[in-house]
Each structure stands twice: as structure tokens, then as C-alpha cells.
Design a protein around this ligand. Structure first.
Ligand code: EPZ
Length: 422
């Protein structure tokens, strides 16, 4: 298993290009199961989760090519077995996104229950309820979801008790091929969901209400996109670089960055006092550090609120602010695993229930630390870059699942980061 050795307190400088969005690329790749023809994609990020998805699709009988340098992927969806096995889904919970397309296109699917992860139990009950409402028979046995459609998949009204990103995405796939109209109430409005809806619209699916909490989908025959499908910038990677710039007190230019989708993140960091200039192209951000920062209070919320995937990173920057800051995690029940590790660096963070209280400014000092999940690993990188001395972050495979060569991008900006085998 790899580890990262990071020597902190070195100012970075230069320009960094943001990679394609992981949480858009994944639902886009699974959408290829809805088609018979080959689909091609551009700006696919080089991530373990992309590797896992392509291997999962290959196991089903699909063939693919992936040019990692150019970011081009081609998928020929020749499905011979409608199964998403535990071997892959245990590595990546987003494997649940095989469920919707397989049932929509083939009327059957056997998909491993994703199981929980470090940040929570991560149930998929909303996905299964939606399937049943649309006419599928659903059984869960021996760790697998077995779904089948005895007659035809029919449109229905689906009310999500809580907003679910991949739950909404699975219903978008199902509604695209179902008979009649499907209405999703309390739908997710995340940019990744909107992007999937817009992709399906270009393929002939009538969808109304994207960017709102009520989405209506009229099933239809799909026609494949006429040209390569391009993946938009990763908004969470963009936010992570804002966090890194602040933590290292560096002026950085972020290119091909996410823009409007980051409004809540920009607002929070500007409230701390960080300088963030958005260039007119809407895709370039210039981050300018300040000599001191203000304490703030943040709540994670569904889009367009502050994203839970930026909670761990912002928590580290709160250590730089004067006074007491608060971070309330409202989406996942156990998403403060990184706090114990940050405390090892000297961070003064107390957690009570879903509220973290951060005292600053705190001088962090290097120590050996361990990554527990994807965004926690990003926060440990931010903290190690801020700390005095050299930290070693173990289990860095968590980081490689969702960030495209973050260590290499850091090295180019002058950071002292070394990947070591452990
Ligand atoms: C997506 O996960 C993202 N993953 C997560 O990003 C992100 O943190 C999350 O949305 C919230 O924004 C992808 O897009 C691949 P949810 P998802 O269903 O869809 C509960 C990352 O770091 N719930 O919106 O799995 C659930 O437990 C990852 O890139 C149910 O109770 O999240 C949670 O508390 C981490 N039953 C809340 O809803 C269900 O059937 C939101 O979960 C589904 C969800």
C-alpha cells in the first residue's frame, strides 16, 4: 500500500488544471448500459473508481478502450450477464448505478448490495422502493439485490424521503426507458444529476424540472449521442485546491475549474477572508491568501448548500481562523473520521454528535497519520501541507480513488511530496 510523505509550510505557486468530475463520469459510464451502440467519452479522469467501473462493465460483457493520457474512453455495451459483483461493488459503492440501467434496458439485474463505508451505513432502500413502485420485483438475498420486471417497467411517482444523489440518478435511468411518465419528488439537484439528465435529453428523453426538486421524465426510445460526451470539471477537486491554496498561503490559479456549481464553497472561504477572483471565462479562479482569517460556522447541505464532500477539507482551514469555528455535518452520520487524525497534528477540534468545534489559529506539527475515506484523505493532505515538518499519510489508495494524481500536481507547484511504498 502506498503512503505520501509531505513536508509542510512550503508556499506553492503556479497554475493547476482541474480534472474531469468523478461523480459525473461514473453515472455517465453506467449510462452506456442503456444503449446498444458504442459510446465515446472525453476528459475522463485517471482514477481508481474509473478503473473499477470499466472492469465492472467488462465483467458484464461490455468491451472498452481507455486512453489515460488523452482521457478518451469508448464503451461497446454488449451485455451478456446482468450482474454487478461484490468484488467490484465493495471497492466502489457507486456500483449501485448498474442497477437502474440494467433493469431499464434488460428487465433484470443482480447487483451486490454496496455495504457501508467509513462515513456511514449508506443504505440503498430508496433505490429499491423506487424500483418496486415502477413494477419491478425486488429481492435481497445473500448480499445481492435481484430485480426483475415481470411485464413492463412503468412510469410512477417516486417520492424520496431524503434527497439521494445516486438514488435520483438510478430513477433517471429507469424513467428514460419506462412506459409513460415518471415524476421524482424531492429529487437531488446536484450538478452531477443535472448533467446526467441533460445527457439523456440529448439522447431523446423528455425531461422537465432539472435543477429543481421535482423532475418529470417521459420514457422513450434512446438515440446515442452524435458526438463524444465530455466530462465537466470536478467541483470537489476545485474546492480541494482552494483549501490547499489557503492552507499553504499560496497564490494559485485554477484552470478548467468548476464555476457556478461552487457558489456555497466560494462564499464560505471568502467569509473566512480568502481572496478568490473568478475570471470572466467562468472557468478560471485566482486564489489569493491573506495574513489572517475569520472564524465561521458552516452546515453541510444538499445542493446548492455547502457540499458534504468539502467538509473535511474546510475543517482543516478552520484551524487557520481566529477564534471558534463550527462545522455541522447533516448528510452522513459518521463523517468526522478525519478529526482523530487531525488531532494527531495538534488540531484543536471537539466533536459532539454531528457538530465539530474548531479552535484557531492552531500551529500544526507533522505526525504519521492514516486515511480512512476519500475526502478524509484529501483533508489529511491539506493538513500535512499546513503542518511544520514531514508527515506520512498511509492508506493513500483512498485518495487515488477520487483524485487524478494529486501528488504529481502538487509537486509541479513546488510542494515537497513523495509517494512511498509501505
Ligand atoms: C453521492 O453519494 C456521492 N457519490 C457522494 O460522494 C456524496 O457525498 C453524496 O452523494 C452526498 O452528496 C457519488 O455521486 C458517486 P446519497 P450517494 O444517496 O448517492 C441516505 C465522494 O466523496 N440514503 O445522496 O451514495 C444516505 O445514507 C462521495 O465522492 C438513504 O438513507 O449519497 C445519506 O445519509 C462520498 N437511503 C443521504 O441519504 C438511500 O437509499 C444522502 O445519500 C440512499 C441514501
Amino acid at each position: 500500500m502506498d503512503a505520501l510523505q509531505i513536508t509542510g509550510q512550503r508556499p506553492l505557486s503556479g497554475r493547476v488544471s482541474i480534472s474531469g468530475s468523478k461523480n459525473t463520469a461514473l453515472p455517465f459510464l453506467f449510462a452506456s448500459l442503456l444503449f446498444d451502440q458504442e459510446l465515446s467519452f472525453e476528459n475522463i479522469p485517471r482514477l481508481w473508481d474509473i478503473e473499477t467501473t470499466l472492469k465492472l462493465l467488462e465483467d458484464m460483457g461490455c468491451s472498452y478502450s481507455w486512453d489515460k493520457e488523452s482521457g478518451k474512453v469508448r464503451i461497446l455495451p454488449r451485455v451478456t450477464q446482468k450482474i454487478a459483483s461484490y468484488d467490484w461493488v465493495k471497492k466502489m459503492r457507486a456500483g449501485i448505478l448498474a442497477l437502474g440501467p440494467l433493469v431499464a434496458k434488460y428487465g433484470e439485474a443482480k447487483v451486490s448490495l454496496p455495504g457501508g463505508c467509513a462515513i456511514g451505513a449508506r443504505p440503498v432502500n430508496f433505490h429499491l422502493e423506487a424500483l418496486k413502485r415502477m413494477g419491478a420485483k425486488v429481492e435481497v438475498e445473500q448480499g445481492y439485490i435481484r430485480a426483475s420486471v415481470p411485464s413492463c417497467l412503468r412510469g410512477a411517482q417516486i417520492v424520496f424521503p431524503e434527497v439521494s444523489v445516486t438514488g435520483t440518478e438510478n430513477v433517471l435511468y429507469l424513467g428514460a426507458l419506462a412506459e409513460g411518465e415518471t415524476v421524482i419528488e424531492n429529487a437531488a439537484m446536484e450538478p452531477e444529476v443535472v448533467a446526467l439528465g441533460e445527457l439523456l435529453q440529448t439522447c431523446g428523453v423528455q425531461i422537465e424540472g432539472l435543477k429543481t426538486s421535482t423532475i418529470k421524465i417521459k420514457g422513450s426510445k434512446l438515440k446515442p449521442p452524435a458526438k463524444a460526451i465530455s466530462i465537466p470539471a470536478d467541483r470537489i477537486e476545485t474546492g480541494t485546491w482552494i483549501s490547499i491554496a489557503m492552507a499553504t498561503q499560496s497564490e494559485l490559479t485554477l484552470e478548467n475549474a468548476a464555476g457556478p456549481e461552487l457558489a456555497a464553497v466560494l462564499k464560505a472561504f471568502r467569509k473566512m477572508g480568502l481572496g478568490i477572483t473568478e475570471k470572466e471565462d467562468g472557468r478560471t479562479l485566482i486564489i489569493t491568501p491573506k495574513s489572517s482569517y475569520e472564524a465561521i460556522s458552516v452546515e453541510t447541505e444538499c445542493f446548492p448548500g455547502f457540499p458534504t464532500d468539502m467538509q473535511a477539507q474546510a475543517l482543516v482551514n478552520m484551524c487557520q481562523a481566529e477564534g471558534i469555528s463550527h462545522m455541522r455535518e447533516n448528510i452522513f452520520e459518521n463523517r468526522f473520521m478525519h478529526v482523530a487524525e487531525l488531532r494527531r497534528l495538534g488540531a484543536k477540534i471537539e466533536v459532539e454528535g454531528n457538530l465539530a468545534r474548531v479552535e484557531g489559529p492552531t500551529h500544526l506539527k507533522a505526525a504519521p497519520i492514516m486515511a480512512t475515506d476519500l475526502r478524509a484523505s484529501a483533508s489529511l493532505v491539506v493538513a500535512a501541507l499546513m503542518a511544520e515538518g514531514t508527515s506520512t499519510i498511509s492508506r493513500i489508495y483512498h485518495l487515488d480513488r477520487g483524485y487524478d494524481h494529486l501528488d504529481k500536481k502538487l509537486q509541479k507547484l513546488g510542494a515537497q511530496v513523495t509517494r512511498v511504498a509501505q
